[in-house]
Structures are given as C-alpha cells and as structure tokens.
Design a binder for this molecule. Sequence first.
Ligand code: GTB
Length: 220
Amino acid sequence: MAITITAFEASPDRGQGLARDMRVRWALEEVGQPYDVRLVTFKSMKEPPHLALNPFGQIPTFEEGDLALFETGSILLHLGEQHPGLLPTDPDARARAITWMFASVATVEQPIVELSFAYILEQKEPWFEPRLPGLKDRVRNRLNQLAAHLGDADWLDGDFSAADIMMVHVIRRVQSSGLLNDYLTLTAYVARAEARPAYQRAFAAQYAVFEASKGDDKPL
Ligand code: GTB
C-alpha cells in the first residue's frame, strides 16, 4: 500500500535534516519502502484536514491505506513491526530496542528541546543568560550518560535498529551548539549513522525540498 508522509514546505532548519520527518524518511529508506511526501505550510498544519491526522498540528504524519499515524516513535515502531531491518527478532533484544526508542524521546530529547527553545524563543529575555548554564548542564548530563552507555560499541544495543535512528536524530540537534564536540564517542556514533546509505538518501530527499524552496519569498 502506498505510504504518504508530511513534512514542512519550508523547514526552519534550511535543509539540515533536523525536522522530525527525517526520522521517518530514514526508517523508510532503511526498509526499502517507497513513499510520497505531502509538503505542508505552518498555516495548513493547524487546519482541519491536517488536524485530522495529527491533533497537535505537527509534522510528520504517516498514512498507509486506512491507517494514519503521528509521533515519530510510534511510526518507526509500526515500520519495525511491518518490515525487517529496524527491530531485532529476538523478543528480549526487541524489547531493549523499544526501551531505547522511548529513552531517546522521553529522557534525552527533553533537555535538548528545552535548550533549543531557549535559544529560539528566549534570547532577549532577562532570564536567558542566567538560565543557560543550567540548561546546558542538563544536556551534558544526558550526553555523559549516553556516551558512557555506548562505550566503544557501534550502536545502542547490538545491531543497528530504529532506536539508533531516533537517538542519532535527537542528538544531532545539539551539534550546532558545539556541545556534542566534547564527546568523541557520540560524534563518531553520529558519523557512523550518517554514513549509512539509507541516511544519505533520506537526507538528500529532505535537502531537495529546501533547494526547491530557495527561490520562494516565503519566510523560512
Ligand atoms: N513528538 C512529536 C514527534 O516525535 O513526532 C514531535 C513532532 C514535532 O515537534 N514536529 C515539529 C512541528 O510540527 C516539527 S519537527 N512543529 C510545528 C508546531 O508544533 O507547530 C521540530 C523541529 C523543527 C525545526 C527544527 N529546526 O529548525 O532545527 C528542528 C526540529
């Protein structure tokens, strides 16, 4: 059945692959499933047709026949259940991979998003500078713990899985702040993931959207 996902018509990240449709594109490339992309504007994301797919008015969404999903973790879990290559077949290893998928969004992403929102929304506020060290410490704490877990392993738990897609995408978001550079283990982990042909195809596809929108006058 044909798969359609949604993505930003004009992503604020200007083609860096930081918007979350990248996770779904990458997973689809890993399992070799073709997909269509419906590009949406910030305005149309808050209108009834998109809200019927995601009540929170966000991207990405995933449609396949009568099934409509949102939340990247859930979409990757669904793909992992439908296609080989994203989740281990051994039940215990599968449960651990799913645990890491949850950890990526519930434990690691949370302080990263807080730091990112502070930079985007609060730079001019009087509390921005005093708050920054605490926000960075909370991110560093999670990166320290993640690096300690990873050690010299290639992936989070045995073979590459959907958990690595989630985690790599989550930690790529702190690359621009320079925080990741203190962690050779994590920069190598990200580089290993980015070298995967499926990642590269997904990255190129989302970058092509940015390239095509360059001539537009729309605000990014
Ligand atoms: N928990 C949901 C999931 O995992 O699917 C979160 C989805 C989400 O936050 N989507 C964002 C969105 O639709 C886009 S990815 N935001 C619009 C809104 O909420 O109104 C977040 C994102 C956007 C831009 C950058 N960037 O520019 O670097 C990075 C990440």
